[in-house]
Ligand binder design. Structure first.
Ligand code: ADP
Length: 884
């Protein structure tokens, strides 16, 4: 089967499918690895972020504790300083000045300290000495402005600390006289007790530390988007990027950690991990870490919160993801393009090979379109070379096969031609044997001669049967056989077959039984009697041939709208292997049969083909040595006609002729000549027989003739043209072609033809029809034929009825004449008049008097002969039409 020229569609190609599969695989792998890179990088990035948070947090806490250490150190130095002890012991001007110097130097050297004071225990914690630093200006508070701080919590707490301990306040904004001093200064107060030489507490020294420097440190630590917060246990911000959020209590606003994150510091300290997630009110997510900063012997606790916006942490991861996605898409597109191109190229190569293979059977296999690239070194090259080798081999074998096939076909043709020629050649002598045997039978043979003549007849009939088989077979092979349907009485046909072979069966000592159901006996069906008889006869003949003892049963019944004919025997049977083959032509189970029994393996092949033409079925069952059963099933087509059949053709007599007619007969075969001379041996005929066309022409030039009867093949020459010439140039008398040729060949020359072998009646009917025309009415049938649309089946039926009716007239005329019955006569006349009118039988009409009394003996003879002529004419018509 050739492929369509576009080759395999892209989606149907295996190469494309593989290509697509691998592209899919590549895309999948890239996607998976992209995803893995993304998750891995995300986790690396988030780990890195955590590390930075932790680092920042620890730097911040170190800075806080360093500050505390420094302050503690400084305050210890001052508190333990002998200057202070001297002042407390004796506040001499010198000692006082020394203290002033100590305080102002300390303030000057430490940028973060902005106030240093000595507070006494008396007068409700009255300030004794106070130095302030404002804008780097150190001032001593005048004595009248010194305040009592006994109610301040830092005073109360500081007086209670032990020797060697330091006090640290909570962080708040510095206040003066109960008001937050401007600019707001985040402040931490550190205090230490002051003792005299006797070790009694004399007061406390306090340093106010401005935390702005520390806060600046924190601000510097905040990098890479990490934010720092310092929150007190009440969720108040002590430090934040936006300082306006801090010290909410003192600044009297609602700013707090809880306000921003909906959670207090106690809620967010991570329990298990060092890191956790936090969401602010606007929905931003943060990764955070909390470090508690505890000081003043654990009495104070603040919290350092380090946090980073999660989206910022993952920003780089997202970037990695987006970039890898872009890369994946680009890689995929490139892979797709490459795969598509590769697939196209590869599938083109494969298609070339497949096209070359699939178009191998085309007329021009080597055409350029399908040339294979055999020089390639890859697999395609190997495939191409292998295919080419294979093709050469196949071509070779195909060539051999073709030669063998041609030889066989030629042999078959020659055999068929031989058979056809042989049967053609056989016809003439066979016809003579058959005809002469019939004549012998008619001539009252003696008792001794009878069995010999019968045996001669049977042998001739068998030979004729074989010849018909060969001819039929040829016609079947050429599709020339058609089924001609007419109403058929199957029971009659089966009875005839049964009767014909009963004698043979008895001779062989075999029982031959016929069984039929009622339907077959009472109903007519449409069928082809000739072909039906041929089928059943073949089966019966076979059964007789292959059965040596026992019985043969011929059974006919109707079942499920089918006619079933079974021919069952108790013969030699057929092996299962042969059952399938016996329907093939010329197949014989045992070829020796052909020699001994006149078998050629044609019978069943014909039966099978005829049954097929009937749209029927042939089934065979058989067991070796037990017998065989052949079942023929044919569709049943009911015919409306009743069962009374037409009268047998041969029962009717021929009309007598008054004139003497000269007939010339051209035939080169002696027995055939003799047969015609016997058939036409009548006082009304003068028969001249010739054996060659020249002789015939010479005779015809000398004498006038009424009829020519001629064979078509004289001296192995077809004399078609000479016969036409005789009719056209010499004399236009009727010509009967009597030949073994097929009807169409004879029909070309004359409408009157008889195929050999023929029956005596056939020839007589035609001769009497043609010559009787001169003496009797020739019926005009054209109108009736038109009425039946020239339909052969209908016309045959019509002719059958005419034959039956006119035979009937003959009987009735005879009876009416003998009985001189006026009633019967008028009844005949009444009915006959319709035929007389329609067929324009004026002569007959004139012959028939109104009154039977007026019918003379001569008149009666003429009427009967006229009627006989009509029957003879109808039979001839029937024969010629049926031959179509
Ligand atoms: P043939 O002319 O040889 O009988 P047929 O075509 O009629 O050819 O039959 C083919 C073969 O089938 C016969 O040679 C015979 O071996 C086998 N065969 C046919 N009918 C019967 C039967 N009734 N019993 C046994 N064998 C049969």
């Amino acid at each position: 089967m050739p492929m369509d020229n576009d080759g395999v569609k892209f989606w149907n190609s295996i190469v494309s499918r593989f290509g697509l599969f691998f592209i899919g695989l590549i895309v999948f792998v890239i996607l998976v690895s992209g995803y893995l890179v993304y998750t891995e990088s995300s986790s690396v990035i988030s780990e890195y972020s955590k590390e930075s948070i932790k680092h920042t947090s620890s730097l911040a806490s170190q800075s806080f504790y360093a500050l505390l250490d420094e302050v503690a150190n400084d305050i210890a130095v001052i508190a333990e300083n002998p200057v202070l002890e001297n002042f407390v012991e004796s506040p001499t001007p010198n000692n006082t000045q020394n203290l002033y110097n100590l305080f102002s130097v300390t303030l000057k050297n430490k940028p973060a300290y902005f106030q240093i004071r000595l507070i006494g225990l008396e007068d409700n914690g009255k300030e004794i000495v106070r130095f302030d630093k404002v804008n780097n200006e150190i001032t001593q508070m005048p004595e009248d402005k010194l305040q009592s701080k006994g109610d301040k919590s830092y005073f109360k707490e500081a007086v209670n600390i032990k020797h060697g301990e330091f006090y640290f306040s909570a962080i708040d904004l510095n206040e003066e006289y109960g008001v937050v001093s401007m600019p707001p200064t985040p402040t931490l107060r550190a205090a230490s007790s002051v003792f005299n030489g006797a070790g009694a507490m004399m007061g406390i020294v306090i340093i106010n530390v401005d935390l702005s420097g520390f806060y600046q440190n924190l601000n510097q630590l905040m990098q890479s988007n990490i934010k720092l917060l310092i929150v007190d246990p009440n969720d108040q911000y002590l430090f934040a990027t936006d300082m306006a959020k801090c010290f909410g209590k003192q600044m009297v606003n609602k700013e707090s950690l809880r306000n921003d994150f909906n959670k207090g510091i106690s809620d967010i300290i991570p329990i298990k991990n060092e890191f956790d997630q936090l969401t602010d009110r606007s929905g931003l997510k943060y990764l955070y870490h909390v470090e508690p900063l505890s000081y003043f012997q654990g009495n104070r606790k603040i919290f350092l919160v380090s946090l980073i916006e999660e989206s910022l942490v993952l920003q780089s991861a997202y970037m990695v993801r987006n970039n890898s996605l872009k890369t994946v898409i680009i890689v995929c597109i490139i892979a797709l393009i490459f795969a598509f191109l590769f697939t196209r190229i590869f599938s083109k190569r494969i298609t070339q090979v497949t096209m070359a293979i699939s178009n191998y059977d085309e007329e021009n296999p080597g055409s350029k379109a399908y040339l294979l690239s055999e020089k390639r070194k890859d697999e395609i090259g190997i495939l191409s070379r292998t295919f080419s080798k294979m093709r050469t081999k196949i071509d070779q074998q195909m060539g051999d096969l073709r030669v063998a096939l041609n030889k066989e076909q030629k042999a078959i043709k020659e055999r068929d031609e031989f058979l056809q020629n042989m049967s053609h050649e056989l016809r003439t002598p066979l016809n003579a044997i058959l005809g002469l045997t019939q004549l012998l039978n008619k001539n009252n043979p003696s008792k001794e001669q009878e069995p010999i003549i019968q045996s001669l007849g049977r042998s001739a009939n068998n030979l004729a049967g074989l010849m018909y088989d060969i001819l039929d077979h040829q016609k079947l092979v050429e599709g020339k056989v058609t089924i001609k349907y007419s109403p058929v009485n199957f029971s009659e046909l089966l009875n005839d077959i049964h009767a014909s072979y009963q004698f043979d069966a008895i001779n062989k000592g075999i029982q031959f039984k016929l069984v039929m159901d009622k339907v077959l006996q009472t109903t007519k069906f449409h069928s082809d009697p000739l072909r039906f008889t041929q089928i059943i006869t073949n089966l019966v003949v076979n059964s007789l041939k292959y059965t040596h003892k026992g019985a043969i049963l011929l059974e006919g019944n109707t079942k499920d709208n089918m006619l079933q004919i079974i021919v069952k025997d108790t013969g030699i049977g057929i092996l299962p292997n042969d059952l399938q083959k016996i329907k093939n032509r010329f197949y014989q189970v045992n070829e020796d049969n052909g020699v001994s029994k006149g078998s050629y393996g044609l019978g069943l092949s014909i039966v099978k083909q005829l049954v097929d033409l009937f749209n029927g079925r042939l089934e065979v069952t058989s067991k070796i040595d037990l017998g065989s059963s052949f079942k023929v099933s044919l569709p049943l087509i009911p015919a409306k006609e009743t069962m009374n059949t037409i009268q047998s053709v041969s029962a009717v007599k021929l009309p007598s002729l008054n004139e003497k007619y000269t007939i010339i007969h051209l035939e080169d075969d002696e027995p055939a000549k003799q047969m015609v001379s016997e058939i036409l041996n009548d006082k009304h005929f003068h028969l001249i027989q010739t054996s060659g066309i020249e002789q015939t022409m010479a005779r015809m030039a000398e004498n006038s003739f009424d009829l020519i009867i001629s064979d078509l093949m004289i001296d192995s020459q077809v004399i078609e043209q000479s016969l036409i010439d005789i009719q056209v140039k010499i004399t236009p008398i009727p010509l009967i072609v009597l030949s073994a040729f097929e009807k169409d060949k004879m029909e070309n020359i004359s409408p009157y033809y008889i195929q050999k072998p023929y029956t005596i009646d056939e020839l007589l009917d035609l001769v009497f029809t043609l010559l009787g025309k001169n003496e009797y009415d020739e019926p005009k049938l054209e109108k009736a034929y038109q009425q039946y649309d020239h339909d052969a089946t209908k016309i045959l039926k019509f002719l059958d009825i005419l034959i039956k009716e006119f035979n009937n007239y003959i009987d009735r005329v005879e009876k009416a004449y003998k009985e001189k019955s006026a009633d019967q006569w008028s009844a005949i006349m009444h009915k006959l008049i319709t035929h007389i009118k329609s067929m324009e039988l004026t002569g007959l009409h004139q012959l028939m008097p109104v009154n039977v009394e007026n019918l003379t003996a001569g008149g009666y003879e003429k009427v009967i002969n006229s009627l006989r002529y009509l029957v003879c004419f109808f039979r001839t018509q029937r024969k010629l039409i049926a031959a179509d």
